[in-house]
Write a protein that binds this ligand. Structure first.
Ligand code: SF4
Length: 347
C-alpha cells in the first residue's frame, strides 16, 4: 500500500538508537521482546543490558539459576515472564540445540512464543514477511483506517492482523515492522499524537475527519479486583520468616513474609490492642500501609512489624527462618521490596 512506503525512509531518519535494533541475533531480539512486553522502553532498557551482559547466549541463560534470574528481573513486574523466559530458553536448547528456529511457524511451536514474538523474531532476525501486531501498530491502523471494531475483540484481533499484513512492505519487512512500532510509540501516541509530523497524515481517516481521539475503540475491561493483605514481618533475634510462592497466579517463585488476607480493610485481623499475635513476649512495634496496583488487582497491604522476645518461639509452620540480613539476597516481589526499601528492620 503506497502511503505506507513512506514509513521506512522516515524510520531511517528519525529512529531511536536502541541496542536491540543493532543486532540480528534472534536470541537478543527475543530477549528484548520478552523484557519490553507491557514495559516502557526507558524502564526495560537497563534490564535488557543486564541480561544481555550476564547471559550473552541462549545456552547461558538456559543454564542459569532460577533464583538468580528472578533476582535480576526484580522490579520489572509480571514475574511470570521471567519464568516463561527461562522455560523457553531451555526448550530452545533441548529441542533446537541452542539455535533459534528460523521460521515464524517453527518459532510458534515453542512454548512461551506467541504470534507477536514469533513475528518479531522472524522479521527482525530473518527478514521473513510477517507483520508484527502490538498496541502501537493497532493504534496506527485503527486511526489510519478509521476502524470501529474494538482492538481487543476476537474479530478485531483478526482484522488488525490481516490489515497489518496487507500494508507490510514485502521487500523489507524488518524495517517496516520497526517503523510501524516506532510511529505508534513516538508520533501516533495514545494521547496527543503529533499528526503534523506524521508521514501518513494526508490519507489518515481519523486525522482528515477530526476523529483521532475516538480511535482505537476498545471493549471495556472488568475493574481490578480489590484485595486486603496483611504481612507479618517478624524480627526474632535477628531472624525473620519467609516462604517462596509456588504455583500461584502472581509473583510465582518470589519470596514474601507470612500473609493473611481479609475481606475488607476495616476487617483487620490484627488489632494491636486485642489481637492474637501480641502477647507478653511478642509485640507489634510498627505497622505500615501501602497501596499496590497490578493489572487485574488493587492491593491494600499492611506490613505488621512484630518483635519476638529473646528465648521465645514464634510458631509459623511452612515458613523458612532466615537472617534479616539475608533478605536482600532473595528475589522478593515488588510489594515486599517497596516495604524493604522504605523501612529498615531493626537487626
Ligand atoms: Fe496517527 Fe495522526 Fe498519523 Fe493518523 S495522522 S496515523 S492519527 S499520527
Amino acid at each position: 500500500m503506497k502511503p505506507f512506503l513512506k514509513l521506512i525512509p522516515w524510520y531511517q531518519a528519525y529512529k531511536r538508537d536502541l541496542p536491540w535494533r543493532q543486532t540480528s541475533d534472534p536470541y537478543l531480539i527475543w530477549l528484548s521482546e520478552v523484557i519490553l512486553q507491557q514495559t516502557r522502553v526507558e524502564q526495560g532498557l537497563p534490564y535488557y543490558l543486564k541480561f544481555a551482559n550476564r547471559y550473552p547466549t541462549v545456552k547461558q541463560l538456559a543454564k542459569a539459576n532460577d533464583n538468580e534470574v528472578m533476582k535480576l528481573w526484580q522490579g520489572l513486574g509480571y514475574y511470570n515472564r521471567a519464568k516463561n523466559m527461562l522455560g523457553t530458553a531451555r526448550a530452545v536448547v533441548t529441542l533446537y540445540k541452542g539455535v533459534f528456529p528460523k521460521s515464524y511457524e517453527q518459532l510458534l511451536t515453542l512454548k512461551g512464543i506467541g504470534p507477536y514474538t514469533a513475528a518479531a523474531i522472524a522479521s527482525f532476525a530473518f527478514n521473513e514477511a510477517q507483520a508484527v501486531v502490538d498496541g502501537n501498530v493497532n493504534r496506527v491502523l485503527a486511526r489510519y483506517f478509521g476502524i470501529e471494531e474494538p482492538i481487543n475483540s476476537n474479530a478485531g484481533k483478526n482484522l488488525f492482523a490481516q490489515l497489518a499484513n496487507e500494508v507490510l512492505n514485502q521487500k523489507d519487512p524488518a524495517s517496516h515492522n520497526q517503523a510501524m512500532m516506532e510511529l505508534g510509540a513516538m508520533v501516533c501516541k495514545p494521547t496527543n499524537p503529533i499528526c503534523n509530523d506524521c508521514v501518513l497524515q494526508p490519507t489518515c481517516i481519523a486525522f482528515t475527519s477530526g476523529t483521532v481521539n475516538q480511535y482505537p475503540v476498545k471493549l471495556k475491561k472488568q475493574p481490578p479486583k480489590v484485595r486486603y493483605l496483611h504481612y507479618l514481618v517478624v524480627n526474632h533475634e535477628g531472624d525473620t520468616y519467609v516462604r517462596q510462592r509456588k504455583n500461584e497466579r502472581i509473583w510465582h517463585n518470589l519470596y514474601e513474609p507470612p500473609c493473611i488476607e481479609t475481606t475488607a480493610e476495616d476487617n483487620v485481623w490484627l488489632d494491636p490492642n486485642a489481637n492474637q499475635i501480641a502477647t507478653n513476649h511478642r509485640q507489634i512495634i510498627a505497622s505500615f500501609k501501602c497501596k499496590h496496583q497490578l493489572t487485574h488487582q488493587t492491593i491494600y497491604a499492611t506490613f505488621w512489624v512484630i518483635e519476638v522476645k529473646r528465648g521465645y518461639e514464634f510458631p509459623l509452620a511452612g515458613y523458612d527462618k532466615i537472617a534479616i540480613n539475608a533478605l536482600h539476597s532473595l528475589a522478593v516481589h515488588r510489594l515486599f521490596d517497596k516495604f524493604l526499601q522504605l523501612h529498615t528492620l531493626h537487626r
